[in-house]
Design a protein around this ligand. Structure first.
Ligand SMILES: [Zn+2]
Length: 324
């Protein structure tokens, strides 16, 4: 690989447009950016086919809302977008937030039903108080559709119905992905490998396999088995691995520490997911690499990087101090 080429497809810098690549996705507050390392087509592909499964994950969307982490649309996600009233499951209701993720209001989604009863047309509808002004147009539309006459007095009567104050219980459900977000964790590990191990990492046989896995459409376990990749990625259930390394829920952390016969990368996204990604079986290829640690705090938008052993030393010293 020449000095500057895409760490995914190998395209040479200058032959094609390059883009800033966020190692931890931008939408989860990832501050570490690889410049001139990923071409635009690979960056786009990673964004929608890999990172999206992590940043739009149901559980991650709660944390993005909590920390006000906006996506490409400029808005924080709303995990409560589609709810129903507990006592009336047909009635949809939304809990709305501002673009910055501050609570705004609950909103009753308009619901109209019309039943012909002989000559009469029985209409019932429920709408949000904020939509009161649209009652006349709704009523006229229904009347036109069913070919019945409606008087202005009748409309006025309906307009004067007082609104009901309520404090509803909202039920909402979400689909949780247990599989696809894992590739985004592998991608983070791979990019940290390129970042920390240097340009020669591109040629590492494990790096070649990881690139294949990241862009493959096959199930992850099949690819991992075929390419003899090992690792472990999952939800953090209780204590994370290496709990002494960072106790802050608002942080993403990662580290790499070379062993005698392999190098792997530990990645933790919030205190939600963690993974161990095998990066290399030839640590001897990277004789100057002594290990590295990174912590990104999404709340105060700060990042710190230092040699791994230094971080372990600081963390254990703080840990002992806290115990005393
Ligand atoms: Zn590329």
């Amino acid at each position: 690989m020449t000095k500057k080429s895409c760490i995914f497809c190998g395209s040479e810098y200058g032959s094609i447009e390059f883009a800033d690549e966020h190692v931890f996705p931008d939408a989860i507050g990832g501050l570490l950016v690889l410049k001139d390392k990923v071409c635009k087509p690979c960056n786009d592909k990673l964004g929608h086919s890999v990172d999206a499964h992590l940043v739009n994950h149901g559980l991650v969307s709660f944390l993005r809302l909590h920390y006000g982490l906006k996506g490409k649309s400029g808005k924080v996600p709303n995990p409560f977008e589609r709810g129903v009233l507990k006592d009336d499951p047909k009635q949809q209701i939304r809990y709305e937030f501002t673009d910055d993720g501050k609570p705004k209001r609950t909103y009753l989604v308009p619901q109209v039903s019309a039943i012909k009863d002989g000559e009469a047309l029985k209409v019932s509808f429920s709408i949000d108080e904020s939509d009161r002004g649209s009652i006349p147009s709704i009523m006229r539309k229904i009347a036109n559709r069913h070919n019945v006459h409606i008087s202005d007095d009748h409309i006025k009567e309906v307009l004067n119905i007082p609104s009901q104050e309520s404090n509803p219980t909202i039920k909402s459900s979400m689909k949780l992905d247990f599989e696809k977000y894992r590739k985004a964790i592998i991608k983070i590990g791979y990019e940290l490998g390129c970042y920390w191990l240097g340009d020669e990492y591109y040629h590492d046989p494990v790096a070649t396999s990881i690139r294949e896995v990241i862009f493959s459409n096959a199930p992850l376990y099949e690819d991992a088995q075929r390419l003899l990749l090992s690792g472990k990625i999952g939800f953090i259930d209780g204590e994370p691995d290496f709990p002494f390394l960072s106790d802050n829920k608002a942080c993403h952390i990662a580290f790499c520490h070379p062993q005698s016969d392999f190098i792997s990368c530990y990645v933790r996204v919030f205190k939600l997911f963690e993974g161990h990604v095998l990066l290399s079986r030839c640590p001897a290829k990277y004789p100057t690499f002594e290990g590295a640690f990174i912590e990104i705090n999404v709340e105060n938008k700060s990042m710190r990087e230092l040699p791994f052993l230094e971080e372990v030393y600081c963390a254990s010293r703080n840990h002992n101090r806290a115990d005393r």
